[in-house]
Design a protein around this ligand. Structure first.
Ligand code: HEC
Length: 151
């Protein structure tokens, strides 16, 4: 009986809440788009790009893929940061418009989620491909918006 009462109380609370205040929760970007890019997205994207493919060094070809579970987890984390970054870019205060900007932001999340799946599966080839997709979304949005913002 106490459970029923509790459930009723919770339901009423929820109904009261949704009918009482319909405004969305106010969100506040923590800085400029430039800061969002350089402090948040870029370091995480670099972690993805730095964990896939090969580099040529004086000692020969070096495979960049992580060699430990912790190493792969760090890539999972970075990919999650970038994927959530797509959502953050749609916040009022970051979003320049509600058209192409949203397309690019969502595309970024989709590509980064592929990178996360690749890291979860510790699949170096998939991570390389997903990293390339992330890069092309960054690039496409910059091509579309950076000059416009500078005007
Ligand atoms: C939704 C559009 C959009 C996406 C997606 C996007 N950017 Fe940006 N980025 C911008 C805009 C607009 C600026 C210019 C900001 C300014 O100068 O005020 C910018 C600027 C930057 C800058 C600083 C300027 C420069 O070129 O040195 C960096 C670094 C950057 N972005 C990195 C990234 C990375 C890395 C990604 C992908 C992981 C990415 N951005 C994805 C819109 C985007």
């Amino acid at each position: 009986m106490r459970h029923v009462a509790l459930i009723l109380a919770l339901c009423c609370g929820l109904v009261g809440c949704s009918s009482g205040s319909e405004q969305a929760v106010k969100t506040q970007p923590t800085g400029s788009v430039y800061q969002m890019m350089t402090h948040y997205l870029e370091p995480a994207a670099d972690k993805i790009w730095g964990s896939a493919g090969f580099v040529i060094t004086a000692d020969g070809e070096v495979d960049l893929q992580p060699t430990t579970d912790d190493g792969w987890f760090a890539v999972e984390h970075a990919a999650t940061v970038v994927a959530e970054g797509g959502n953050l870019l749609m916040l009022e205060g970051y979003a320049v418009d509600r058209d192409d900007w949203v397309e690019y932001a969502q595309g970024l999340s989709r590509a980064a989620l592929k990178a996360r799946t690749a890291a979860e599966q510790q699949d170096a080839d998939l991570l390389f491909a997903a990293g390339g997709e992330v890069y092309s979304v960054c690039k496409a949005c910059h091509n579309r918006y950076i000059n416009e913002m500078a005007e």
